[in-house]
Design a protein around this ligand. Structure first.
Ligand code: GDP
Ligand code: MG
Length: 162
């Protein structure tokens, strides 16, 4: 069976855009309206001749009751089903409380975690990516899912964990 990589992060950070970038095709639905909770969807992906399954976990409802609970559940689910977790944060916004909640769950898990700092569309936002070292999840990989910037290095890092 193929290794599974689950993509987690709060709504609108660009998880689905990144999934499409990795797939090389537009299959994951990109939402311009943040916070639309959807079921997780699995896709077959390849990189450098290696196959894996990529799971786009959708999001949690930002204004729902029990937000912290929903976030923790999403992360726990990803950890339970995946061989590696790809955490996506938004480099233009920085981290919010809900990112921190996911980080806490992921740091406690034994599963490898790769940290992608998305929306780093140009050099100017790269400093924001470096500041994500303080999440304690290892090297932050700056990427622009929209333009493809950094996605090769990110994929190499993901495959290294599998
Ligand atoms: P998700 O909710 O985490 O799956 O986020 P989506 O993939 O649906 O993207 C949310 C919004 O962010 C959309 O308007 C995307 O076009 C935009 N977006 C995604 N990746 C990037 C990026 O690398 N740079 C910029 N500037 N916008 C992005
Ligand atoms: Mg999405």
């Amino acid at each position: 069976t193929l290794p599974v990589v689950a993509v987690v992060g709060r709504p609108n950070v660009g998880k689905s855009t990144l999934v499409n970038r990795i797939l090389g095709r537009r299959e994951a639905v990109v939402q311009d309206v943040p916070g639309v909770t959807r079921d997780r969807v699995s896709y077959d992906a390849d990189w450098n001749g290696r196959s894996f399954v990529l799971v786009d976990t959708g999001g949690w409802a930002p204004d729902a009751k029990g937000l912290a609970q929903q976030i923790a559940e999403q992360a726990e689910m990803a950890i339970a089903m995946a061989d590696a977790v790809l955490l996506v944060v938004d480099g233009t916004v920085g981290t919010l409380d809900s990112d921190q909640a996911v980080v806490r769950v992921l740091r406690k898990s034994k599963k490898p975690v790769v940290l992608a700092v998305n929306k780093v569309d140009d050099q100017r936002t790269e400093a924001e990516a470096s500041s994500m070292w303080n999440l304690g999840l290892g090297e932050p990989y700056p990427v622009s899912a929209l333009h493809g910037r950094g996605s090769g290095d990110l994929l190499d890092a993901i495959l290294d964990t599998l």
